[in-house]
Design a protein around this ligand. Structure first.
Ligand SMILES: [Zn+2]
Ligand SMILES: [Zn+2]
Length: 240
């Protein structure tokens, strides 16, 4: 029995290939070698730019020599309590995020969710995705952070609440702005529709660029009663 909604003959060839790759992943997302199932082959997996947690600022996940707090966090700590990041946002980790966001390879989200789940000890946390504005959601058809958070919640057996936090106005991409403009760009962009009553919240995103959006979300979550906030991202952009 066909699992496709239409006979393959009336679907464009590239779409058939895309669907087959999504349903039966057997070649490495990065190099195309046969993996027999996993998303990446062992050698591409080893090439990912891992951020060693013992040499990161525990608050914002920027590399520091001995894992001490960075100068910025000492001067002005962010509203979240800690940040966890798997990789530096650079080649080839950027290709993985790109495949999810722009090629709609949703299997990547599940895989990222299970990778991130390995870094978190479940203790009754509630998982929330970094929200997308409805306009962007309509364009893309899904929120990549939501898909990752859903996969993570499923792996850890934790509640996933995608509707608690939302974006009430669109913002310009933070990467286009000067550092001084970033906080202003996101100020008042998010709203929370519930009382978190001291809960431990895990805010999930695909990429952390400057941290300004996550910090603004955390400020709003705190105003709505969040007791403890962990920021979890697949990739963290580093300052060079
Ligand atoms: Zn490979
Ligand atoms: Zn820091």
């Amino acid at each position: 029995m066909s699992i496709l909604p239409y006979p393959p003959s009336i679907l464009p060839r590239h779409l058939v290939r895309r669907l087959a790759a999504e349903l039966l992943p057997s070649s490495c997302l990065l190099c195309g070698d046969d993996t027999g199932g996993p998303l990446l082959c062992a050698s591409c997996d080893n090439d990912l730019p891992i951020l060693p947690s013992e040499r990161l600022c525990p608050r914002c996940a920027l590399p520091t020599t001995h894992g001490e707090h960075c100068g910025a966090c000492l001067k002005e700590p962010p509203h979240y309590n800690r940040a966890l990041a798997l990789w530096a946002y650079e080649f080839p980790a950027d290709r993985i995020i790109h495949a999810l966001k722009y090629q709609h390879r949703l299997a990547v989200a599940d895989w990222l969710g299970s990778r991130l789940a390995e870094r978190l000890t479940p203790a009754g946390q509630t998982l929330l995705p970094m929200p997308l504005h409805t306009e962007r959601l309509r364009e893309r058809g899904f929120n990549q952070a939501g898909e990752i958070a859903r996969g993570m919640a499923r792996t850890l057996g934790l509640p996933y609440q995608p509707d608690l936090l939302h974006r009430q106005r669109p913002t310009r991409p933070q990467a286009e702005l000067l550092p001084g403009e970033r906080q202003r760009n996101v100020r008042g962009a998010f709203a929370c529709s519930g009382d978190l009553g001291g809960r431990h919240v895990v805010l999930v995103d695909d990429v952390m660029t400057t941290g300004a959006s996550a910090n603004e979300c955390a400020r709003v979550l705190r105003l709505h009663g969040a007791g403890d906030i962990t920021l979890v991202v697949a990739a963290r952009a580093l300052k060079h």
